[in-house]
Ligand binder design. Structure first.
Ligand code: SF4
Length: 372
């Protein structure tokens, strides 16, 4: 089984910096983060363990210091917090700030603002709460509901697939031919890179694993994008969610991850998939299947460790290709059993998953050891 990692995957600089800032602030004073700092359960659990509180409503904050997440917030929201006498630290990603400036500029220049994104998403609320009038569109039917305006100014939630955004801009231009339609592309570069890499990955994979939080918009978008190119796409939050049966008879497994997913989660999933691949080697049924289709054992270096070998298979070491029966792997030993602390083990051809909560705790304990 060949395992490939997307050329671009995992935690973006905006989320990484926000976590580092939260840890720095929390080291000197009690801190409340307003909303989810990152859409990842394990990372959030780590932050809570460090004493960082998370509240959605400014009215319920009891610490003197409050942090705005990388998703940003409206001026109205920040004023509401300051009026309570609280110290506000902004961890707003610079690329979200760019989107705020783009929307302000469009409004100042007389355009009716239209945001491509999810109406109830925290970033979209931040982009729109200060506006008197605006529209939010996500689907073609939303374009049908727009009223004609002389000038439309379109920007997007930073984590939307840019193809969707451009398609909706096209539809708005088609529908309102007499209107002036201006579009400022505010989809962030890390999102674009992950989307493009996910397409390349899905096109060459039999199975794709997308790692990310259940509430992570960009992870769900990656799942949707991969599903257009690969029939077997699975969304997991941690390695504990992987199931052996997903991989039986599979030649190529692709792995990608959303912008909230820490490196350690990607590495744990990669390790687990490799272990499952190793286990399938010992399954008579899969030996037969692999023997019929050729067999690869793959050394797939972590992208962050090596900086090479992602997506295009450059870092892969095909072994024993074209063999009718798998041979012992020379020089590329597959990993042994996972540590007991990860709570999972493989016995013969059967995947035994146990003590899942321990696995998540162990996982989270390593998430914030070295923020950058
Ligand atoms: S997804 Fe993009 S906009 Fe959002 S925090 Fe990451 S880099 Fe910034």
């Amino acid at each position: 089984m060949k395992i490939i990692l997307a050329e671009h995957l995992g935690m973006c600089f905006g989320v990484r910096d926000a976590i580092a800032l939260a840890l720095q602030q929390a080291a000197t004073q009690p801190l409340t983060v307003l909303g989810e700092l990152v859409h990842n359960e394990a990372v959030l659990a780590s932050l809570l363990q460090r004493g960082i509180r998370i509240e959605r409503d400014p009215a319920t904050v009891t610490t003197p210091a409050v942090m705005i997440t990388a998703h940003g917030a409206s001026q109205r929201m920040m004023n509401q917090v300051r009026e309570r006498g609280l110290n506000v630290t902004e961890a707003t990603c610079p690329l979200v700030q760019f989107a705020h400036r783009a929307v302000s500029r469009l409004v100042d220049e007389g355009y009716h603002p239209v945001i491509v994104g999810k109406r109830d998403h925290v970033e979209v609320r931040g982009l729109t709460e200060d506006l008197k009038e605006f529209d939010v569109v996500l689907a073609e039917t939303d374009v049908d509901g727009l009223q004609e305006r002389p000038r439309f100014g379109i920007a997007a939630q930073t984590t939307q697939p840019v193809e969707r955004v451009r398609h909706l801009v096209f539809l708005i231009r088609q529908r309102f031919r007499r209107s002036e339609v201006r579009f400022i592309d505010t989809v962030c570069q890390p999102t674009k890179q992950r989307q493009t890499a996910a397409i390349e990955l899905a096109q060459q994979s039999d199975v794709v694993i997308v790692i990310g939080g259940a509430q992570s918009n960009n992870t769900r978008e990656l799942v949707e994008t991969c599903s257009r190119y690969c029939a077997r796409v699975h969304h997991v939050q941690t390695a504990a969610d992987l199931r052996c049966e997903w991989f039986a008879g599979t030649e190529t497994v692709g792995i990608t991850a959303g912008t909230s997913t820490p490196d350690v989660a990607v590495q744990a999933v990669e390790l687990r998939v490799r272990q499952i691949a190793s286990d399938l080697l010992s399954s008579p049924q899969d030996r037969r299947q692999n023997g019929e289709s050729g067999f690869y054992a793959v050394s797939s270096p972590s992208p962050r460790d090596e900086g090479v070998g992602r997506g295009t298979g450059r870092g892969e070491v095909p072994v024993n290709t074209g063999q009718k029966r798998p041979q012992p792997v020379q020089g590329t030993p597959l990993p042994g059993p996972l540590p007991a602390a990860q709570g999972e083990g493989i016995r013969g051809a059967v995947c035994v998953v146990s003590n899942t909560s321990d696995a998540r705790e162990e996982h989270s304990a390593h998430l914030i050891q070295s923020p950058q």
